[in-house]
Ligand binder design. Structure first.
Ligand code: ATR
Length: 280
């Protein structure tokens, strides 16, 4: 490795479970870049100092995961998108500045565009399950693409209300009891909650009231094919999964750190899918 080697990392505690090193490592090799993507497991008490000195620590940037997201957001200069979503997952060093953005928005939208082209032409209404950080990225992306009414279903009502305060009157807070009514004739459903994820409670939901040409997306990618996506496919709906969201969200970070816009290929998806399968 030369002095010019550009090094990015995933910052978390723990962080070993992250699939980002595999993903960025694949692109580094494929584009023959003098670079590296490492795992930086940083305990919460050391993180403020670590992130403040990211460049001095030898990094050109990186991804931020739990539990450091709030500190990273507070200690960097978030762009408009990160500010709007209220969370940053990607940092980059820009001269003497430490800047941040939220790439979950384009991750979610990029995956949806790839898996269900024209999804935004069949409806202007969506049902979003969950109101956490990932959900905010989903809501932002939907509004940006012209969705006018977004029913946000959440266990904790205050968080769905907070989404309305943040994003405005397009957001309609709702409860899980409302779901059967909301799905009547619905064409777009997104699970942005952690339900259905390995180790979490199941997401039990009847998709039969949805329209025949519906599109269903899930941010969960372990398991790769969630029960929700399985049920949607059985009904012939188009689906978009969490792994594609992960792949598409990684594009901008890689571009910022290494200067090349990488391609999401079938081979890359298959490599990561095999890795996810191993853990389920
Ligand atoms: P992320 O950053 O991935 O979005 P998060 O902010 O912790 O993670 O959000 C997790 C989402 O899943 C929330 O909407 C959460 O609902 P609450 O706001 O009520 O906590 C939802 N969720 C997690 N476990 C749940 C459960 N057992 N039942 C219903 N909703 C659940």
């Amino acid at each position: 490795m030369s002095e010019a080697t550009r090094v990015a990392c995933v910052m978390g505690w723990p962080a070993k479970q992250s699939r980002s090193p595999k993903l960025h490592g694949y692109w580094i090799k494929r584009y023959n870049i003098d670079g590296d993507y490492r795992v930086a497991e940083i305990p919460p008490e050391s993180f403020p100092e670590f992130v403040k000195n990211l460049a001095k620590n030898g990094y050109v940037g990186g991804n931020v995961t739990m539990p450091h997201k709030d500190v990273a957001f507070a200690q960097s200069e978030p762009d408009e998108r990160a500010k709007a979503v209220g969370a940053a997952n990607t940092l980059w060093v820009d001269g003497s500045r430490l800047r941040s953005t939220n790439t979950d928005v384009e991750g979610f939208i990029g995956a949806l565009d790839a898996n269900a082209p024209g999804w935004d032409r069949i409806t202007d209404t969506a049902v979003v399950l969950g109101a956490g950080g990932a959900s905010r990225a989903v809501i932002y992306g939907l509004i940006e693409r012209g969705i006018k009414t977004i029913d946000v279903v959440n266990r904790t009502p205050a968080k769905a209300e907070a989404a309305k305060t943040r994003f405005g009157s397009a957001v309609h807070p709702a409860t899980w009891d409302d779901v059967p009514r909301l799905l009547k004739g619905a064409k777009l459903l997104i699970n942005a909650s952690s339900l259905g994820m390995k180790g979490q409670p199941e997401l039990k939901i009847d998709l039969s009231p949805m329209a025949k040409d519906a599109v269903v997306a899930d941010i969960v990618y372990v398991p790769l094919k969630t029960k929700l996506l399985e049920a949607a496919q059985q009904r012939g709906f188009r689906t978009s999964d969490g792994l594609d969201m992960l792949l598409y969200q990684a594009v901008r970070g890689f571009t910022l750190w290494f200067g090349i816009k990488p391609e999401v290929t079938k081979e890359l998806r298959e490599m990561l899918a095999a890795d996810v399968m191993k853990s389920t």
